[in-house]
Design a protein around this ligand. Structure first.
Ligand SMILES: [Fe+2]
Ligand SMILES: [Fe+2]
Length: 219
C-alpha cells in the first residue's frame, strides 16, 4: 500500500513517521549534526571582531557546544546502524539561511557594534528554532530510540542557554531597545522563510527517498 504523504514534515506526526523508520532516523540525526557544525566561519569571525575579553570565553563555549552536539548526534547515527544518505545542497539549512539573509561573511562585520547586535539577534532566532523543534524530535525518538531521545534532551538544555546568552549580547551591542526589536523582527522573518523552504525541500526528499514510515490508519 502507498504510504500517505503528509502536508508538513516538522510536526509531531511528521517527525514520528520520519524517526520511526531506521533510514529516516539515521538521515535526520545526520542532518541535525550537519546543521550543528555548519557555522560558516561565524564563530572565528566573532572571536576576531568582538573586543570584549569576557565575551570571547562565552563565544568559545558556544562554538565548542555546537561541535559537541554534532559529535553526539553522529554517535546516535552510528547506533541506528544504517549509513545515512548524504545531505543534499537544498537541505543545508544554515546555507539557505545565509542566502535568504543575503549576507556574506566579509560584509557581515562592516558596521561595528550594529553588526555584532545583528549577528547575535540572528543567532538568538536560530537557537530559538532549535528550542522549539528539538522537543518534537525528542518526543518522536522516545518510543523508538530512548538513548538518542536522552541525547537530544541534553542538547535542548544547551540551546536554551544559547538563546539567553545571544539575547544578552545583542542587548549589550544594541543602540536602543527599539532598534533591537526591529532587527529581531527582520531576523525572524528571514529565518521563518528559510525554515519553511527547507521543510518543503526536506519533505520532497523524504518522500522520494522513502524515509517516512507508515504509522497506521489511526495516525
Ligand atoms: Fe546545538
Ligand atoms: Fe546552539
Amino acid at each position: 500500500m502507498q504510504a500517505a504523504v503528509p502536508a508538513e514534515l516538522f510536526t509531531p506526526v511528521g517527525y514520528a513517521r520520519l524517526l520511526a523508520s531506521p533510514r529516516g532516523r539515521a538521515f535526520h540525526l545526520h542532518w541535525m549534526a550537519h546543521a550543528e557544525e555548519a557555522d560558516e566561519g561565524v564563530f572565528d569571525e566573532l572571536l576576531a571582531h568582538v573586543d570584549a575579553p569576557d565575551l570571547h570565553k562565552l563565544i568559545q563555549i558556544h562554538a565548542d557546544d555546537e561541535t559537541r552536539h554534532a559529535r553526539l548526534l553522529r554517535e546516535c547515527v552510528a547506533r541506528v546502524g544504517v549509513v545515512p544518505e548524504p545531505v543534499p545542497d537544498e537541505l543545508l539549512y544554515v546555507e539557505r539561511l545565509r542566502r535568504t539573509a543575503g549576507a556574506d561573511l566579509e560584509s557581515l562585520f562592516a558596521n561595528g557594534a550594529a553588526s555584532i547586535m545583528q549577528i547575535f539577534a540572528m543567532l538568538q532566532v536560530v537557537e530559538e528554532r532549535g528550542v522549539s523543534q528539538f522537543p518534537l524530535v525528542e518526543r518522536a525518538l522516545r518510543p523508538v530510540d530512548p538513548e538518542s531521545a536522552g541525547v537530544v534532551a541534553g542538547i535542548i538544555r544547551d540551546e536554551r542557554r544559547h538563546v539567553q546568552y545571544a539575547r544578552a549580547i545583542s542587548r549589550r551591542y544594541a543602540p536602543d531597545p527599539a532598534t533591537l526589536e526591529l532587527v529581531l523582527g527582520l531576523c525572524r522573518e528571514v529565518e521563518g522563510q528559510a525554515f519553511a523552504e527547507n521543510e518543503r525541500a526536506y519533505l520532497r526528499f523524504a518522500v522520494t527517498h522513502g524515509l517516512l514510515a507508515e504509522l497506521g490508519a489511526a495516525r
